[in-house]
Design a protein around this ligand. Structure first.
Ligand code: FAD
Ligand code: EPU
Length: 344
């Protein structure tokens, strides 16, 4: 277990913004996690579990212990009808997807190239290109911070929703995800509902072909965090009532929206784009010129540049469409999670 005091967080999150933390620990096992929580020197300090930091903004120097997830290992078993994978929480998600496709374990290919750890995937129920983790997640194992025992939640118990799960509610700050179980049906049904995937023939296409299209679309649309700091979609796509959707649609016939249960999900990228904000800058932060839902660290941005830009984008969309955007990116303040509405 590697420990560093007054560590620089810049290499540990994808916005690439300089920020210090009091202690940084790289944990390789469940025993390491327990030892961190029971270390008397760190007892009084807040603690943050981090995967690859691809959905994080550190708004201030963090006065606590950042724990980087390095729990490794994948095991495979199968039933007559399913491939079953037990994946340790620190495994790299994009590498896992690529490996599954190479092994012929189909069903995960639409979730290619989403940065992050396997153990972070259930937190916001990652989703892209027509599927969400919840469609392939069998169970989630976590270290319970009350009892220091490993517990397992079934898919249903995780209460997955759009960018949501029990880990953002009842189990927030009470659970560290240590492993996930994936269940992939041996009878593969391609999911080709998303625009660019519709050109593939469902009768002849292969998981590798779907994987390749998803990878290409993502590379074209989304900035590579290794080159330009970002955390993917900054805001969630807002969910509004049918009535509100109809009112907006009457005013803006080109409005992009999808059914979401008995409501409608609006494309936040379209709303931001319509405000003319692509390429808009605030200090070193910028609305990505190709995808307005992504805010980027264009030029040595400070955390406050990103926060100011996010507030400006939120305010413009509220003023034009009367729709309030909620950030998907998690903000960490000096001691605890903070929210844009409380900052600005
Ligand atoms: P982190 O950013 O390290 O952590 C995120 C949150 O989860 C934090 O609150 C953290 O405390 C908590 N957490 C992390 N690990 C654990 C754990 N083991 N136990 C308990 N809590 C934990 N997301 C999508 O859903 N779909 C996309 O298509 C998508 N595309 C993206 C594209 C880019 C270029 C980028 C940069 C991000 C994208 N994201 C997308 C967001 C991001 O990839 C996901 O949210 C991912 O699951 C975050 O994983 P992470 O390991 O980086 O988590
Ligand atoms: N659009 C614009 N202008 C823009 C951006 C988008 O008009 O600048 C329009 C597009 O033309 C399209 C619609 O908005 O008609 C939706 O855009 P896109 O397909 O790019 O998807 P998104 O809604 O912006 C969501 C997820 C992504 C996920 C993609 C693909 C959220 C918040 N974001 O983005 O997830 O990869 O769909 O499924 O749900 C993430 O969560 O970090 C993330 C990248």
């Amino acid at each position: 277990m590697q420990t560093e005091n007054n560590a620089q967080l810049r290499p540990f999150h994808t916005f690439g913004i300089s920020q210090q933390c009091q202690v940084l620990v790289e944990a390789e096992s469940v025993d390491d996690l327990i030892a961190i929580y029971q270390n008397p020197d760190w007892q009084a300090l807040p603690k943050l579990m981090l995967g690859k930091g691809s959905n994080m903004l550190f708004t201030e120097p963090y006065q606590g212990v950042v724990i980087v997830n390095h729990l490794q290992g994948i095991s495979y078993s199968s039933s007559e009808t399913e491939h079953l994978l037990y994946v340790s929480g620190g495994e790299d998600w994009p590498s896992l997807v690529e490996w599954c496709v190479a092994q012929g374990y189909a069903g995960v290919e639409n979730l290619a190239l989403i940065p992050g750890c396997a153990g972070s995937a259930p937190i916001q129920n990652i989703g892209a290109y027509g599927i969400e983790l919840q469609q392939i997640c069998d169970y989630v194992e976590y270290l319970c911070l009350d009892s220091y025992t490993i517990k397992r939640l079934s898919n249903k118990q995780c209460r997955f929703g759009y960018r949501d799960s029990i880990f953002k509610h009842e189990l927030k700050d009470k659970a560290l995800v240590t492993a996930i179980g994936l269940k992939l049906n041996k009878t593969w049904q391609p999911i080709l509902s998303y625009g660019p995937l519709q050109s593939l023939d469902p009768k002849t296409t292969t998981p590798k072909e779907v994987f390749d299209v998803v990878v290409n679309v993502r590379k074209e649309k989304l900035p590579d965090p290794a080159v330009t700091g970002n955390a993917g979609s900054f805001f969630k796509n807002p969910i509004v009532s049918i009535e509100q959707h109809e009112t907006l649609k009457a005013q803006y016939p080109a409005l992009v929206a999808y059914p979401s249960g008995d409501k409608m999900k609006l494309a936040a990228g379209w709303l931001i784009d319509q405000c003319g904000l692509k390429g808009h800058t605030q200090g070193g932060a910028m609305v990505h010129p190709k995808q307005a839902l992504v805010l980027v660290n264009a030029n040595n941005a400070k955390a406050e540049d990103i926060v100011n830009l996010a507030a400006y984008v939120r305010d413009c969309v509220l003023k034009k469409f009367n729709v309030e955007l909620e950030h998907e990116v998690r903000f960490m303040g000096a001691q605890q999670e903070v929210y844009l509405k409380d900052l600005l």
